[in-house]
Design a protein. Structure first.
Length: 295
């Protein structure tokens, strides 16, 4: 009988340990902050100068570093703008860390934070149940659509909350990233054996969903990589956690059957997925930002 693999997200302790480590070893966050500083200002709705108030919804915000960067960028560009920020994040420790970050970040007096410790799906149910009519100017989902049950339905719901001219940002791994190639080649084997729900999504699956709904979008590149050198050091715990994080398999090295594991590890470090640079293995995590408009 095929062994049953668990997905990493099912073990929140291990997931958070791996995520913290991932943040240290990837260029994804630095490049996301560059995107926020240099490209997002030109993507934001043009009419912000005349506004006094902005509604933002962050979905799957984690511990909030990206959200706070967006809010800080907006503060610099539009100093008199007040911000109402809905945070949708199911993981209690992440919300706790986000609140800590808020308390340690100066200059956030103009922001009201509304904490929704729940999944995007429960948020949708409650929003509809309460007949909420509030609309948003910016909704963002950074690297989180992999975790929702029905990405198309989640996109439709949050898109319906946008004001005219407002933007929905969907940020995911791109199809031609190393991670994208890995899941295209091995996703079925890893997921067929899994008893958890998480999809190996890339922007290649999300673009057709948008097109089928007639939603217009633009696409921005977000290059990134992760130093995976430790993943190939026998018995290195950091490497094991990083492998778990990038394959989304709980305890990848101990759970995946040996033949499949060897094949995947070889594929992962191959130049199609990783670069070998100065003795370091750099796993490619190129992502894309899909900016969906509300016309
Ligand atoms: C890869 S992390 C990204 C966190 C943050 N956006 C960032 O880029 O640093 C994915 C986040 O989505 C959250 N998440 C998982 N399932 C979710 C769901 N169904 N609805 C909303 N968020 C979810 C996780 O708890 C986690 O914080």
């Amino acid at each position: 009988m095929a062994s049953i693999l668990r997905s990493l997200i099912g073990d929140s302790n291990r997931y958070l340990k791996a995520l913290t480590l991932f943040k240290k070893h990837t260029t994804l966050y630095r490049n996301t902050y560059d995107f926020i500083d240099n490209q997002l200002p030109n993507i934001m709705p043009r009419n912000l100068n005349g506004k006094s108030h902005l509604n933002i919804i962050g979905v799957g915000s984690g511990s909030g570093e990206i959200d706070i960067n967006i809010i800080s960028m907006l503060r610099m560009k539009y100093p008199s703008l007040k911000v109402d920020n809905e945070v949708v994040e199911p993981e209690p420790q992440q919300i706790h860390d986000y609140k800590d970050l808020v308390s340690q970040t100066p200059g956030l007096d103009h922001v009201t934070f509304n904490w929704n410790q729940m999944t995007a799906e429960v948020f949708e149910e409650q929003w509809k149940g309460n007949n909420m009519t509030k609309k948003a100017d910016l909704i963002h989902m950074f690297q989180m659509l992999y975790f929702v049950k029905d990405p198309g339905a989640t996109i439709s719901f949050f898109h319906s909350l946008l004001n005219k001219n407002a933007k929905l940002l969907l940020v995911l791994l791109s199809d031609d990233s190393g991670a994208g190639k890995l899941v295209k080649n091995y996703g079925k084997q890893l997921r067929n054996n899994s008893n958890d729900e998480i999809s190996y999504l890339t922007t290649a699956e999300v673009k057709p969903l948008l097109e089928a709904k007639g939603l217009k979008y633009r696409c921005y590149k977000l290059p990134a990589q992760m130093d995976a050198t430790n993943c190939y050091v026998e018995g290195n715990e950091e490497g094991e956690l990083l492998f778990d994080f990038t394959t989304e398999v709980h305890n990848f090295k101990k759970s995946v059957p040996p033949e499949l594991k060897a094949e995947i590890m070889e594929f992962y470090r191959h130049h199609a997925c990783s670069l070998d640079a100065n003795g370091k293995i750099q796993f490619n995590l190129d992502s894309e930002v899909l900016v969906v408009d509300r016309v």
